[in-house]
Design a protein around this ligand. Structure first.
Ligand code: C2E
Ligand code: CA
Ligand code: CA
Ligand code: CA
Length: 273
């Protein structure tokens, strides 16, 4: 990880020291945050379009900073990855997500994001197995979301296959935004494709986006995979996705990510007739 940072920062000679010092300070703060339990998982509901009921939730990490307030993962996950701290933090995320899901009134799915660095520095299989064992959650309820930035080496592929054999599902996140979506799809039997929110956002104005969404859903069906459309913010988008045959929808229209207590109440409410 260290060599990665130094090579990418070499381009910016002038502020190289600042950037490095800042990065080191952030890494120190992240280490403290982990030790002090400042990370918190929020959960965003995912709607099953066939039944119109809740299908599950995606766990999304936040940093509850004592003075700066809630910090977005976009602002600290990259530093956690570069410092390798995503290893222990990622283990905590898996364990907390499974334990939380076990406290819900319905046995819904819980989706957890995995970083490529966890595949490089961590025994992902052991981490997942431990989270399942400690929580007692059935593997069938766990969905792991990876992006094509996870290099599907022989080792990573073997890990994912062992997880699938346990009953865990594997989803391909941010589909369509990378360079290799198609060949990536061919290299592993994913259970689910998550259609990136950029396509959903533009689908009502752009026939190209609609065509891509339609083709992705068709492709997923032919490959016996389900699809979740992300970033659904309007009824119009939801209706169009329903018509296009998406399996699930996730987005602010349904609900924003929310803390543990709020999602428990949301799930309990969703169950009432
Ligand atoms: P992602 O996995 O693609 O997560 C979806 C992001 O879209 C979340 O942002 C979510 O809050 C946001 N979102 C959901 N619905 C809507 C919507 O209708 N409109 C808009 N504009 N946004 C919506 P968030 O929570 O800020 O997370 C950002 C990214 O950080 C995630 O993208 C993921 O790549 C990463 N991340 C989050 N949690 C974790 C984690 O636990 N582990 C790892 N390794 N990465 C994480
Ligand atoms: Ca995700
Ligand atoms: Ca995504
Ligand atoms: Ca993303």
């Amino acid at each position: 990880a260290k060599s990665d940072t130094s090579s990418s920062y070499r381009l910016y000679d002038a502020d190289i020291k600042d950037t490095r010092a800042e990065r080191r300070a952030l890494e120190g703060a992240l280490r403290n945050a982990h030790d002090n339990g400042e990370f918190e998982l929020f959960y965003q509901p995912i709607l099953d379009l066939a039944t119109n009921r809740m299908w599950g939730c995606e766990a999304l990490v936040r940093w509850k900073h004592p003075s700066k307030g809630m910090i977005s993962p976009l602002q600290f996950v990259p530093a956690a990855e570069e410092s390798g701290l995503i290893g222990p933090i990622g283990d905590w995320i898996l364990e907390d997500a499974c334990a939380t899901a076990m406290s819900w009134e319905q046995p819904l799915k819980v989706a957890v994001n995995l970083s490529p660095v966890q595949f490089r520095n961590r025994d992902v299989f052991a981490s997942v197995k431990k989270a399942l064992d400690i929580s007692g959650m059935p593997a069938q309820r766990l969905v792991l979301e990876i992006t094509e930035s996870v290099k599907l080496t022989e080792e990573a592929t073997a890990t994912l296959k062992r997880l699938k054999a346990l009953g865990v599902s594997i989803a391909l996140d941010d589909f369509g935004t990378g360079y290799a979506s198609m060949s990536y799809l061919r290299s592993f039997p994913f259970d689910k494709i998550k259609i990136d929110q950029s396509f959903v956002r533009s689908m009502l104005d752009s026939s190209d986006s609609r065509a891509i969404i339609k083709a992705t859903i068709g492709l997923a069906k032919d490959l016996r995979m389900s699809t979740t459309a992300e970033g659904v913010e309007t009824e119009e988008q939801l209706n169009a996705l329903r018509l296009a045959g998406a399996s699930q929808a996730q987005g602010y229209l349904i609900a924003k990510p929310m803390p543990r207590e709020a999602i428990a109440a949301f799930i309990a409410d969703a169950q009432k007739p």
